[in-house]
Write a protein that binds this ligand. Sequence first.
Ligand code: CTP
Ligand code: CA
Length: 223
Amino acid sequence: DNHLRAAQPLYNLNAVVTAGPTYEAIDPVRFIGNHSSGKMGFEIAKTLKKLGANVTLITGPTAEKSNSINRIDVVSAQQMLKACLAHAQADIFIMSAAVADYTPADPAKEKIKKNDAELVLHLKKTTDILATLGKNKPKNQILVGFALETYNEENFALEKLEKKNLDLIVLNSTQDPEAGFKKDTNKITIFNKLKEKTVYEAKSKSDVAVDICNQICKLIPSK
Ligand code: CTP
Ligand code: CA
């Protein structure tokens, strides 16, 4: 077991990664979504696997491919919540999905016809999956969240770290031209529980995944 652990520091650990957007139905043919491509989560899943973890990838609708990774496809925030709760005992849980904050309160059973000049949609808050996981976090689990902000970035990220009971939070820089949803590059800052901050250069999402996984490896107690 010992030499395996050196090459594969996450050997024998169960890791769950969420990725992609969620789609929230308005009616049978329409939804509210977002621009998340799923790339970041898929890269993290691949890297965790290389490091020896047993990886489960829970993903919203995406064009990304994942050969040889155990994958659970979901559509809505509600479905993602259910899949995550079924895997809440994982040793490592990384919530990189862009989960909808609001969902239509009462999706129409039939396609909505255009009638009036205005249409009002009633939305209700979704369950915060990450906060739910944080509240019930198993003793030795490493729980990682993401934050996307357009102002007051670091303070909001630190607030989320604490409120959601996380071990690490990855702040996605929206100010940097190299960062963003459909891009292949990303620029991140990571905070740990002690509020220690690591700022990274803009780099490919696969290299960003390595940086994130290295931070996780540092938190694995060496047995
Ligand atoms: N998240 C989640 N469930 C939700 C919403 C968000 O699990 N219903 C997770 C995201 O996957 C991410 C983290 O919470 O890891 C932070 O998401 P973000 O959108 O930055 O923050 P929110 O807590 O949703 O707050 P706000 O959008 O108001 O900034
Ligand atoms: Ca949000």
